[in-house]
Write a protein that binds this ligand. Structure first.
Ligand code: GTP
Ligand code: MN
Ligand code: MN
Ligand code: MN
Ligand code: MN
Ligand code: MN
Length: 197
């Protein structure tokens, strides 16, 4: 099978493939940084046990559970929050190159929430989630603004290291859901590339 995007159904038809499902949780916010810079949206990622950034979610066993049931189970483990994910939340599926046991097909989901619900997720993730301090070192919010001078904010965030293709999942989703404009993302990526030099 070639690498790249495929439908949820094509992905499930793959015999012997492993599957992983992750989700982007986001909300609008009126909050401002330093009473001056609009935060605009809250976007959640996590610091993983391996020191890489990624989305909450994990490996799913399609012979035992649907992709969405498996993702909901992972969210209970990693966030301590009960959220029933549906097919409507599905965004994309990606078959990675050299797909082997270490590279599952990755399914990406997104769910828009209220700011209040996002705060509840953050609270649960830091207290009752069974994986807190084990698989998950903590939830983080993605800064969407770029500070004066060009480097701080989203550019710095994007210059960290990410698991699998979660960095491109983030970039695609930010534009797809109108959380930043394509121009803002391009500018941030340019500054991020300079930071990594
Ligand atoms: P265990 O319970 O320890 O098995 O972990 P898990 O089920 O939570 O799995 P994990 O979240 O680590 O995801 C499984 C695999 O999917 C990882 O080894 C990565 O290859 C990939 N992966 C992890 N997070 C992401 C992500 O946010 N996006 C994408 N595209 N892939 C990810
Ligand atoms: Mn302060
Ligand atoms: Mn997990
Ligand atoms: Mn996980
Ligand atoms: Mn797991
Ligand atoms: Mn686990």
């Amino acid at each position: 099978m070639a690498s790249g995007q495929l439908s949820r159904e094509e992905a499930l038809a793959c015999v012997g493939c492993r599957h992983a499902c992750h989700i982007l949780l986001y909300a609008d916010t009126e909050a401002q940084l330093f009473e001056e810079i609009p935060i605009r949206h809250i976007v959640l990622m996590q610091m993983r046990f391996d020191g890489l950034l990624g989305f909450p979610g994990g490996l799913v066993e399609p012979s035992e559970e649907s992709l969405e049931e498996g993702l909901s189970r992972e969210l209970w483990e990693e966030l301590g929050f009960s959220l029933s994910v549906t097919v409507e939340d599905h965004v994309s599926s990606c078959h990675n190159p050299s797909s082997s046991s270490s590279h599952p097909i990755t399914h990406f989901y997104a769910r828009r929430m209220e700011e209040k619900e996002i705060r509840e997720v953050e609270k649960a993730a830091a207290s009752t989630a069974t994986d807190h301090g084990h698989e998950v070192m903590g939830m983080v919010r993605v800064p969407l603004y770029t500070l004066k001078g060009g480097g701080g904010g989203l550019p710095s965030f994007l210059s960290h290291s990410f698991i699998g293709n979660s960095r491109s999942q983030l970039e695609d989703a930010l534009v797809r859901f109108g959380l930043v404009t394509p121009e803002e993302l391009q500018t941030a990526l340019k500054h991020a590339a300079q930071r990594r030099k």
